[in-house]
Design a protein around this ligand. Sequence first.
Ligand SMILES: [Zn+2]
Length: 106
Amino acid sequence: MCKWGTNTIVKLCKPKPVSGRTEIGVDSCIAPLVQALNDAGIATRACCCGHGKGLGDIMLEDGRELMIAQDYDTARKIEKMFYGRRKWLINLLMNLVQKGKTLTTH
Ligand SMILES: [Zn+2]
């Protein structure tokens, strides 16, 4: 993970909606990932490597978000935290959210 402010210029596959910019500086350590997505026509909206303080993420234009763990062990810990025995429940909730349904409690 790079220090905050260590940027590398990435060429975007689509201009930014408001500014119209076609290039943007992103955290250098994830710049190759962001560039590869854009080169493949997958528009990115924002990103952060986490700077060693947390997870990195790459927000896609379509609303999805890629989370970046710093290594295999960290990824497995996160996976266990959110899935583990409750995987069926998490999947159910994710499906409801994706279908635009809301849960209410009484
Ligand atoms: Zn970084």
